[in-house]
Ligand binder design. Structure first.
Ligand code: ACO
Length: 386
């Protein structure tokens, strides 16, 4: 019929990793990978990192406009009021194995919120607001709680007089952080808050498209973020720098790694063919931290590796991504390496929820097709004849 109508029937083209295939329409975030520009709702990430706060950026991402002073104060207050998690969730976390990865603990804890807040009213703006507030408020508390629980301690309660970033660092380290450290950490959260249709956000949108609850949406995204090709890379960057050991080993190590076709962690990005703009900002933040709280020799090694990699991998469009310098910032803030990805999840919850809300606004369940490569129809041989 199609051929009769004069239209050429073309076989579907398979693109591994869906590279270049639009899987949704979105107004949340834009990336210009050739020029290294990232913007949330039209605002450059550099401006947000310098002038906004994570909660204000979260509001912008989810509701599409910057809040006015009253809206922001109300949102901050709601988040502050919902930071505590039920003792039942804390007790559940106490039964997790202490050697388990904090991302697995976070995924299970995020999913468990659905048991407590099961009422689902996806077409009710108040329900959406309440779910956003709960997730933004409780995810950091759960990350900090697991950190203390696995050390054999009781989690400490959030402090109402501390802002979002300061309170998280306080719950994690049991010490009120220096204001500069808290401000830099807040900027890191802004930089990680959203990045269009990456693997975890796609996962969030697929889950959202089934009209399940937002806790399941975030839990599925956390599981996707955990992998080493996505959020898990910043842990590997520090391991790699430690493995290189000294500045004179950078070039021989890199040549060996390239010859062995190893991926250099913290380098390369599907979208960016220049240095990731977030890496540029994170590098500046790292320098600010070192100026105030002491230098880290791994930073010199990282810069040397960046320069050596630019010569060898730059022509292929492979430059530092967001993970390359974020680990050095978190290390200076005294954060354990296996919490780097959970911290990424705290920030990215804002982006996931923006996509959840957008998906609900024009929903169609995701159901792509496939190209079957298996056997043709076969006769089933009874087990005694096999
Ligand atoms: N080191 C060395 N070579 C690389 C790297 C790297 N980090 N990244 C890509 N390449 C090379 C590949 O070997 C390949 O070369 P070839 O064409 O000669 O075979 C080419 O560049 C294309 O690589 P792909 O893996 O196909 O690129 P893709 O777009 O699929 O991958 C990814 C992007 C997964 C981020 C990749 O660059 C990578 O594995 N980087 C290291 C892990 C990392 O830092 N992940 C964090 C990403 S940022 C984030 O998720 C927050």
């Amino acid at each position: 019929m199609v051929a009769e109508a004069g239209i050429q029937a073309t076989a579907p083209v398979y693109r591994p990793g869906l590279e270049g295939v639009p899987a949704t329409q979105s107004a949340v975030c834009d990336i210009d990978g050739q020029q290294g520009i990232l913007s949330y709702r039209g605002y450059r990430v550099e401006d947000l990192a310098a002038q906004s706060t994570f909660l204000e950026t979260t509001y912008l991402l989810i509701w599409g406009e910057l809040p006015d002073a009253e809206q922001l104060a109300a949102f901050e207050q709601e988040v502050q009021m919902h930071r505590r998690v039920s003792f039942r969730i804390r007790d559940m976390m106490k039964s997790f194995p202490s050697q388990g990865h904090p991302m697995d603990a976070l995924q299970a804890s995020a999913a468990s919120l659905g048991l407590f807040y099961s009422r689902r009213a996806l077409d009710n703006p108040e329900y959406i607001y309440g779910a956003v507030v709960r997730l933004i408020a409780k995810i950091p508390t759960m990350v900090a709680a697991f950190q203390l629980i696995r050390k054999g301690q009781d989690p400490i309660q959030p402090r109402d007089d501390l802002a979002y970033a300061s309170n998280f660092l306080y719950m994690l380290t049991e010490q009120e952080p220096d204001p500069l450290a808290a401000r830099i950490f807040d900027a890191c959260l802004i930089l990680h808050a959203e990045h269009s249709l990456n693997a975890s956000t796609f996962s969030a949108r697929v889950t959202a498209s089934t009209l399940t609850d937002p806790y399941a949406v975030v839990a599925s995204a956390v599981g996707t973020l955990a992998g080493p090709l996505h959020g898990g890379a910043n842990e590997d960057v520090l391991e790699m720098l430690e493995e290189i050991g000294s500045e004179d080993q950078v070039e021989p190590w890199l040549d060996r790694a390239i010859a062995e076709k190893r991926k250099i962690m913290g380098f390369g990005h599907r979208e960016y063919k220049v240095k990731d703009p977030r890496a540029v900002i994170l590098q500046k933040l790292a320098e600010q931290l070192f100026d105030s709280f002491g230098h880290d020799p791994l930073y010199d090694l990282a810069r040397k590796l960046e320069a050596a990699a630019a010569e060898r991998l730059g022509p292929k469009g492979i430059y530092p991504n967001v993970d390359f310098y974020s680990g050095l910032v978190y290390r200076k803030l005294g954060i354990p390496e296996d919490l780097f990805t959970p911290i990424f999840a705290i920030a990215r919850t804002a982006g996931w929820l923006a996509h959840w809300k957008e998906q609900l606004g024009a929903n169609r369940i995701f159901r792509p097709t496939q190209i079957y490569t298996g056997y043709p129809s076969r006769e089933l041989t009874p087990i005694e004849d096999r």
